[in-house]
Design a protein around this ligand. Structure first.
Ligand SMILES: [Ca+2]
Ligand SMILES: [Ca+2]
Ligand SMILES: [Ca+2]
Length: 304
């Protein structure tokens, strides 16, 4: 990667961890408080994390509407919920394939009551999925990670789940990730060394090799040496290992997702939202602990 790209990455870590945490919190609040109603849009990415783009049939653009995109399950496709899937193309209507369980689910916004009386299991504060009658999800966003550890166990694996609906973005559908780091006291102490499991899709995805996620970021903020996860509708998840390095309380997980946050020299790129979980296990159905998600203006999550 180029020297200038290195300095743009490194300059972010002059911030103290405490200040960075505050900035992350403020970024989240700003997103939560934003009112996207009536903003012009071409797709959901134009409307932020808690709104959707309403385009009338035959029109080329539309207006943002707050909240989750209305699902179609209550009027025409109820039998798709809970069915097995490998990617969201296997699911009916606007149902999405939940990577952790490989079943079709309806997305929802926690607390908005948009699951028709069923519970909305939150993946992030702004996004979740409606209870589909299966086993309680193993991704738990309400625990202290350290409380989940048995004696002798350590968190060693990171699960990234693409939350982006940006699947029509040419040959890089979904989140565009150069590398993943464990950061401690302002330094990247380890980069991913192994791809344990993955589901990366997208019919036109020219960047589907998950090995591009390994090692230090090397894209130089160009369209190279990256993995496009494919977007949530195409599966879009990967489990990475870090060799002997363990993930500790107070660490940051840094996702080098190629967008304006990581690459200020690319203001037209998108920051794509990615859910980040950790586990002691490399198994896809392991006991994953959701740390949070990256997205607009933010490419790190904190290990509490
Ligand atoms: Ca992309
Ligand atoms: Ca790379
Ligand atoms: Ca991106």
């Amino acid at each position: 990667m180029t020297t200038s790209a290195v300095s743009s990455h490194r300059s972010r870590y002059i911030l103290s961890p405490a200040l960075l945490a505050v900035l992350i919190l403020l970024t989240g609040l700003a997103a939560a408080c934003g009112d996207a109603s009536e903003d012009a849009c071409n797709d959901d990415n134009d409307c932020g994390s808690n709104a959707w783009c309403n385009i009338q049939e035959g029109a080329s653009d539309g207006t943002c509407r707050d909240g989750a995109r209305p699902g179609s399950i209550f009027n025409n496709a109820p039998d798709g919920i809970g069915e097995d899937c490998d990617g969201s193309s296997d699911c009916l209507g606007e149902l999405q394939c939940l990577a952790a369980d490989r079943v079709c689910v309806q997305l929802c916004v926690p607390g908005q009551g948009d699951c028709g009386g069923r519970e909305c299991f939150g993946l992030t504060p702004d996004l979740g999925y409606c209870d589909y009658g299966g086993p309680r999800p193993e991704v738990n966003n309400n625990v202290e990670p350290d409380n989940n550890l048995q004696p002798g166990e350590s968190y060693r694996y990171v699960l990234l789940e693409d939350l982006s609906e940006d699947v029509a973005a040419g040959d890089t559908p979904g989140a565009d990730i150069d590398g993943v780091a464990i950061e401690r006291f302002g330094n990247d102490v380890a980069y991913a060394t192994t791809v344990e499991d993955y589901d990366i899709g997208g019919a036109n995805n020219a960047y589907a090799d998950p090995n591009e996620l390994l090692g230090p970021p090397d894209s130089g903020c160009t369209k190279a040496n990256l993995t496009a996860l494919g977007g949530a509708p195409n599966g879009g998840w990967v489990i990475l290992g870090f060799g002997d390095e363990v993930i500790e309380h107070g660490d940051y997980i840094v996702v080098y997702e190629l967008g304006p946050t990581v690459c200020p020299n690319q203001p037209t790129w998108h920051d794509d939202e990615v859910a980040v979980s950790i586990s002691v296990s490399s198994h896809r159905n392991g006991d994953w602990v959701l740390l949070g998600s990256t997205g607009t203006g933010q490419n790190v999550v904190v290990v509490p």
